[in-house]
Design a protein around this ligand. Structure first.
Ligand code: HEM
Ligand SMILES: *[C@@H]1O[C@H](CO)[C@@H](O)[C@H](O)[C@H]1NC(C)=O
Length: 328
């Protein structure tokens, strides 16, 4: 009788409150902030929208920022940390220095989010959402972003130098870097489609224009008219190093499958881009995406979900930073 009363009491008293229990904090969840920060999505979307309105390259920059966060020790916002006297962060690693953009966009969004929901939403989640919203706002596909990532409390510049793929290393090495994060060949090809928007500085592909792999000649594969155009744009002097060229020579503001068509026409910008069609393991997929934007969108979305789950910190690991540039 006593137990029966206890059971009935438990049921009637606690069941109505079950929805208020915290989610399983050890895994990501789509409704993670529904109770604690219901305005989150609106704030992120508005912040990204106004940033892109001021600077239409920002969509590309936010996507890349998220990629560089995730590929180095997981999606833990470690890329956002400023250097301190105690450690040198990723921001100034070779692939990031004077190259990564969008930090102030994330900082501004975080500031707004802190006003509504203090110490609740991680910078890593804001970055993952911002990348998704950015691609949506420039006409690309969308993907579900599960939430509950926590922010790293440390980082390492060496890790960034070692783990971020280089545009002049062999495809073999690039794929190895993706594999080590649990990503596969299809992810490499689909995610490289991120280069359908944004820009690269001349120094990242200049070797192809004047001295391809030490041959003293241009890359023989590079389409001849694009070659002369790029040679004019990026003269063989250090002074041209930071001049910008569109990664997608035909439509670099629209998120479409032109990137793959370029590879078919030998007009990919980076050596690492063009390599995707030279390798038998990846070329079929390049041809497929070049003719099928719908499949590219589907696969890109699926691969973004995988990328955004790499090495996340959950539960009691990490922290919720108050400012994205520094640990609490
Ligand atoms: C596969 C290996 C990859 C290599 C070697 C690579 C390399 C590069 C390089 C060299 C740049 C130009 C940076 C500069 O000149 O400052 C760049 C830009 C960019 N990358 Fe990648 N990348 C890779 C994969 C990815 C992935 C997976 C994504 C996203 C899904 C991505 C998104 C972007 C975007 C959007 C830009 C333009 C950024 C802007 O305009 O601000 N990249 N990448
Ligand atoms: C590619 O990876 C191999 C094996 O890890 C390494 O020895 C080589 O230096 C790398 N090549 C480049 C160009 O980074």
């Amino acid at each position: 009788m006593r137990t029966c009363r206890l059971v009935i009491f438990t049921l009637f008293f606690f069941v109505p409150f079950v929805h208020m229990l915290p989610y399983n904090r050890n895994q990501l969840d789509f409704n993670y902030y529904d109770g604690s920060c219901p305005n989150l999505l609106r704030i992120v979307r508005y912040g990204v929208w106004s940033a892109i309105k001021n600077d239409n390259r920002m969509a590309a920059s936010l996507l890349r920022l998220h990629f560089h966060d995730c590929i180095v020790n997981g999606c833990d916002a470690s890329v956002l940390l400023d250097d301190t006297p105690y450690f040198t962060g990723e921001k100034n690693a070779l692939p990031n220095r004077k190259s990564l953009r969008g930090f102030e966009v994330i900082d501004n969004i975080k500031e707004q989010v802190e006003r509504f929901c203090p110490s609740t939403v991680s910078c890593a989640d804001i970055l993952a959402l911002a990348a998704r919203e950015a691609i949506d706002l420039v006409g690309g596909p969308s993907w579900p972003v599960a939430l509950g990532r926590r922010d790293a409390i440390t980082t390492s510049q060496t890790a960034a130098n070692d783990q971020i793929p280089s545009p002049i290393e062999p495809l073999e090495n690039i794929t190895a870097k993706f594999f080590s994060k649990g990503l596969d060949l299809r992810d490499v090809v689909a995610l490289s489609g991120g280069h359908t928007i944004g820009f690269a500085q001349c120094f990242t592909f200049k070797g192809r224009l004047f001295n391809f792999q030490g041959s003293g000649r241009p890359d023989p594969v590079l389409d001849y008219s694009l070659l002369s155009k790029l040679q004019n744009m990026c003269p063989n002097k250090d002074a041209s190093n930071s001049i910008l060229a569109p990664l997608d020579v035909t439509s670099n503001l629209v998120f479409d499958n032109e990137y793959y068509r370029n590879l078919v026409y030998n007009t990919g910008l980076l050596e690492s881009d063009q390599a995707l069609i030279a390798d038998q393991r990846t070329s079929a997929l390049v041809y497929y995406y070049s003719n099928n934007q719908f499949s590219f969108y589907n696969d890109f979305s699926e691969s973004m979900v995988k990328l955004s789950n790499v090495g996340v910190l959950t539960g009691i690991r990490g922290q919720i930073r108050k400012k994205c540039g520094s640990v609490n």
